[in-house]
Design a protein around this ligand. Structure first.
Ligand code: AMP
Length: 271
């Protein structure tokens, strides 16, 4: 991969890059489509990154669907499907970690210690290997997108980070490789999460203090069976700091667990 990336750089090619953990769905496909449209060359990586899973998380269970992923990439005219091994990414003796501490301890970071350090480390390595002009990330993982943008800015990495909208099923549930962990029964009510966020985004237009609105969202989410809430927060879209009032460009983010499956979602608020 590195040799090819060097050649493309020499030829002055615009290279698009979409990092993924595989088990590709229409959310990934939308990033791939956009990257295909905007670049001369396109690299998609498939790498289930052990560094971003905590002990007891789903690293070994994480869905791996390589034949279907390869088909989707071929249909989407991906030039290179980069699928490194764990040993290639983290050879024996690998020690370096990359972190944006201010941002990585918030929101999901409170419940998944070390997760965003694993994400930032692997993304920087993948960017160094693939040398893209543009890299595409989903707003579905909003905190991840903010962290990657900050890392790239702070470390002068010469790449544009492009955020892409969340793709949802017809009933509103954000597509995720982890949705396949849900039983048919759990899947039937999982869209209640997005429905609560959507209602709140309308209510937020009235302004005021975030507290009562967050309370209302929590009560709606708790109507789902087998649910527990990791967090519901309204934050500044860039700093991820808690918003004291409903004013400006804010983001409402939530993480919940339906039995053992963790669902995350978020929505822009303009108040
Ligand atoms: P993952 O394979 O889950 O690590 O995701 C790879 C990329 O796809 C990340 O940038 C995600 O934010 C993005 N992505 C995942 N699900 C969606 C979705 N439903 N809509 C848009 N982008 C998504």
């Amino acid at each position: 991969m590195a040799g090819l990336a060097a050649r493309w750089a020499q030829e002055g090619r615009a290279v698009g890059f979409v990092p993924t953990m595989g088990a590709l769905h229409s959310g990934h496909a939308s990033l791939i489509r956009r990257a295909r449209d905007e670049n001369e060359r396109l690299v998609v990586s498939l790498f289930v990154n052990p560094l971003q899973f905590g002990p007891g998380e789903d690293f070994s269970l994480y869905p791996r669907t390589f034949p279907a992923d390869r088909r989707l990439c071929a249909q989407s005219r991906v030039d290179v499907l980069y699928r490194p091994s764990v040993e290639q990414v983290y050879p024996p003796g690998f020690k370096t970690e990359v972190e944006v501490p201010e941002l990585s301890g918030l929101l999901c970071g409170r419940f998944r210690p070390g997760h965003f350090k694993g994400v930032a480390t692997v993304v920087l390595k993948l960017l160094e290997t693939t040398r893209p002009s543009r890299a595409y990330f989903g707003e579905k993982d909003f905190q991840q997108l903010v962290i990657i943008k900050k890392m790239v800015k702070d470390l002068n990495v010469a790449v544009s980070i492009i955020g892409c909208p969340t793709i949802r099923d017809g009933d509103g549930l954000a597509l995720s490789s982890r949705n396949r962990y849900l039983s048919a029964w759990q899947r039937s009510y999982a869209p209640m999460l997005y429905a609560a966020l959507l209602r709140a985004s309308k209510a937020a237009r009235l302004g005021g203090s975030p507290g009562p609105l967050i309370g209302k969202i929590r009560r709606e989410i708790l109507k789902m069976p087998e649910v527990s809430i990791d967090y519901v927060e309204i934050v500044n879209s860039e700093t991820l700091g808690k918003a004291p009032v409903l004013r400006g460009s804010l983001r409402l983010l939530a993480a919940v667990r339906v039995a053992r499956t963790r669902l995350i979602d978020n929505i822009a608020l303009s108040c």
